[in-house]
Design a protein around this ligand. Structure first.
Ligand code: ZN
Length: 403
């Protein structure tokens, strides 16, 4: 028997592992018996453990113990009034390096957990759009989208990207949309900067535009909060979402300052902690991202509590302004890769991967809009005290041309 127990340990069993994974304890005992019996018969049992358990079992609660992680902060706007940019600057590497797609992406195999019927097709009816003709937002001749505050003599009173109120006399009226996409940062606020100098703001926009194209092809009506490389405040982003009241509001970001290598994609999606539909949206994006990106063989970086989660500020409200100020509209803030991690930056610079991430986001959004799929990967985030990067305010903000 002792030999069998020793064999079970050699086979990979340990009481600690099993009791962490399996609750209640009876399951631990069953698996202990299984391992010991297997050791006696010379066979190795197979444990199938989901990489991220459901919200009831996945509390981490531990400390990161990594002095380089800067407290596990994400790179995103926590409060729109800070006016500071706390993004971590990373020294650019030699820029003459080739940007050809990595072999790991080209050789990937299609993921298999998502029903093929939902691969960028509708799983059900799309929600109805408003038919009242009310101007909720406006696309100026130069392509900038602005929130419409009111109809006035000579045009529309709108809220500009820098949160100024001006009258705009012409443009394309937007009366509704299924989805509002929000490409994070922009203009003088680049967001995270990768080791090769790539700007998060540009990658966010490139992927948001690809998502818009995919969703539009599927019959979904999409509006972007930011349509080019200009600054836009969180007030303006959320004003557009709150006026349009889309079925889903998705803020696209990429991360910096991970805890370290974690052996799986370090994707994170944040949701509004009081809104079950926001939670479901975040869980669907995480589920799609984990399924797809797990096929790519690179050294992934992440926080130890990667998954779908929420973060509260001191007031108890949602920490991130883009989620807090859009309360009432199901929203998620996505941080699907770490731009600060060199192999992930390499991926993000390739059109093939940008398209892949756009497919991930689009599939998740389509599933959210047309099914009741619950999503997965819900985790309890460990406590964070370090502030995330600033930005998203209005000080020194210069509005783009409206054409
Ligand atoms: Zn960001």
């Amino acid at each position: 028997m002792a030999v069998c127990v020793l064999g079970a340990v050699v086979n990979g069993w340990s009481p600690g592992i099993v009791t962490r994974v399996f609750r209640p304890p009876i399951l631990s005992i069953l698996f202990a018996v299984l391992f010991i019996a297997a050791a006696c018969t010379g066979e190795r049992p197979t444990l199938i453990v989901s990489p991220v358990a459901d919200d009831a079992a996945a509390a981490d609660g531990g400390t990161e113990g990594d002095a380089t992680s800067a407290g596990g902060t994400t790179d995103d706007e926590p409060f729109e009034e800070t006016g500071t940019n706390g993004e971590r600057e990373v020294e650019p590497a030699d820029s003459d390096e080739s940007a050809s797609p990595p072999a790991t992406l080209a050789g990937r195999t299609p993921q298999s957990t998502v029903p093929p019927s939902l691969a960028l097709t509708l799983g059900g009816e799309l929600p109805a759009l408003p038919t009242d003709g009310v101007a909720r937002a406006l696309r100026t001749p130069s392509g900038v989208v602005v929130d419409v505050i009111d109809e006035v003599d000579g045009g529309y009173l709108v809220l500009t990207p820098c949160a100024n109120e001006v009258v705009v006399s012409n443009g394309e009226i937007i009366t509704g949309a299924h989805v509002v996409l929000d490409a994070g940062h922009g203009g003088s606020e680049p967001g995270a900067v990768g080791p090769r100098g790539s700007k998060e703001s540009q990658i966010n926009l490139a992927i948001a535009e690809r998502v818009e194209a995919l969703l539009t092809d599927a019959g979904v009506t999409v509006v972007q909060t930011r349509t080019a490389d200009y600054r836009i405040s969180i007030l303006a982003r959320t004003a557009i979402a709150n006026s349009i009241e889309p079925n889903a509001f998705v803020s696209i970001h990429h991360n910096a300052a991970p805890d370290g290598p974690i052996g799986k994609p370090g994707a994170e999606t944040y949701y509004q902690h009081r809104d079950p539909e926001s939670r479901r949206l975040a869980g669907l994006v995480y589920e799609e991202a984990l399924a797809e990106f797990s096929n790519i063989d690179i050294e992934w970086a992440g926080d130890t509590d990667a998954g779908a989660k929420f973060r509260q500020g001191e007031s108890g409200d949602d920490y991130y302004g883009v989620l807090r100020r859009s309360a009432g509209v199901p929203a998620t803030l996505t941080e699907l890769l770490y731009l600060s991690n060199p192999p992930e930056e390499e991926l993000l610079l390739t059109p093939a991967f940008q398209q892949l991430e756009a497919e991930v986001l689009s599939r998740a959004i389509l599933r959210f809009l047309t099914t009741q799929d619950p999503g997965s990967g819900y985790v309890d985030a460990y406590p964070r005290t370090a502030p995330a990067g600033g930005g998203g305010g209005t000080s020194n903000c210069e509005d783009p041309s409206f054409g």
